[in-house]
Design a binder for this molecule. Structure first.
Ligand code: TPP
Ligand code: SF4
Length: 274
């Protein structure tokens, strides 16, 4: 185990990101390495798990354990890893397509199971990697994609509201344009016992250049108790989706609960004997 305190740059792997210039995902990578350094987590105690997408490339850029899995399947992979290796800090990264479309069902169940994972969903409201199709968080009238020239006409998926309804115990929203605040929330998310969901507004410069306007539109979320789910629901529903801050944090039982036996393999085997 490492004993010398590491700096943020020490958590970067030698692999150079291939994201487009100005992509919001760079700031998320920087916030993750800063948070790991702040928490002084040894690299061998950290695992990053992802699915597929530009955002899902992130584990390759961090010098820790990493798993670049299948599209939409990062959360079940991470769940298996955390159950088998509870000593690891397991972080999950991915996009709005990966997490809320193909992976939407896994998102719901990860929220309600409250496994000790940190899920960072990098939302650019588009499928970046596959050239700009509408995603579940795309506004119904966004008509720039050739596949939806008249918009989708479908209401947007609301990640924070759905996470709350599904039973998540920590919900926050960050913005790539404010990496300092994102790092602060990430530290809290990693420290939170249970499933922590950090929804990050991370612009896609190539297919959503209109998201430059987030610079002036992102605002702090309304004040109030973060531990009361009713207040959190009111705050989330009153917000325009661009509010930055911790929306909800509550101590709830974490799954799996500590195994009740002595923990020795013999004792566990005895419990399964018929
Ligand atoms: C099973 C499966 N279906 C579809 C794809 C194609 N695909 C790759 S990435 C992606 C969406 C990526 O969008 P998002 O997760 O929002 O991440 P971004 O690239 O915007 O960061 C899709 C549909 C795939 N790789 N596997
Ligand atoms: S296509 Fe968009 S999401 Fe993908 S790397 Fe480029 S700017 Fe980032």
């Amino acid at each position: 185990m490492s004993t010398v305190a590491l700096k943020a740059k020490d958590y970067k792997s030698g692999v150079k990101p291939i994201w487009c210039p100005g992509c919001g995902h760079f700031a998320v990578l920087a916030a993750i390495t800063r948070a790991l350094a702040h928490l002084e987590l040894p690299r061998e105690r950290v695992a990053l798990v992802s699915g597929i997408g530009c955002s899902s490339r992130l584990p390759a850029y961090v010098d820790s354990y990493g798993f670049h899995g299948l599209h939409g399947r990062a959360l079940p992979l991470a769940t298996g890893l955390k159950v088998a290796r509870p000593d690891l800090n397991v972080l999950v990264t991915g996009g709005d397509g990966d997490g809320f479309s193909i992976g939407g069902n896994h998102f719901l169940h990860a929220c309600r199971r409250n496994i000790d994972l940190t899920y960072i969903a990098m939302d650019n409201r588009v499928y970046g990697m596959t050239k700009g199709q509408a995603s579940p968080t795309t506004a119904p009238d966004w008509a720039r994609s050739k596949m939806t020239p008249h918009g989708t006409g479908v209401r947007r998926f609301q990640p924070a509201a759905i996470a709350l309804a599904a039973g998540a115990s920590f919900i926050a929203r960050g913005y790539s344009g404010d990496p300092r605040e994102m790092t602060r929330m990430l530290v809290e998310a990693i420290n939170h016992p249970g499933f922590s969901f950090l929804h990050v507004l991370s612009p896609c410069m190539t297919f959503r250049p209109d998201q430059r306007s987030w610079k002036t539109e992102v605002h702090p979320v309304a004040q109030g108790s973060v531990s009361d789910p009713v207040e959190a629901a009111q705050r989330i529903h009153a917000d325009d989706g661009l509010g930055q801050g911790i929306l909800y944090a509550q101590r709830l039982p974490v799954w799996p609960t500590p195994y009740p036996s002595s923990g020795s393999l013999d004792a566990i085997e005895q419990e399964f004997l018929l």
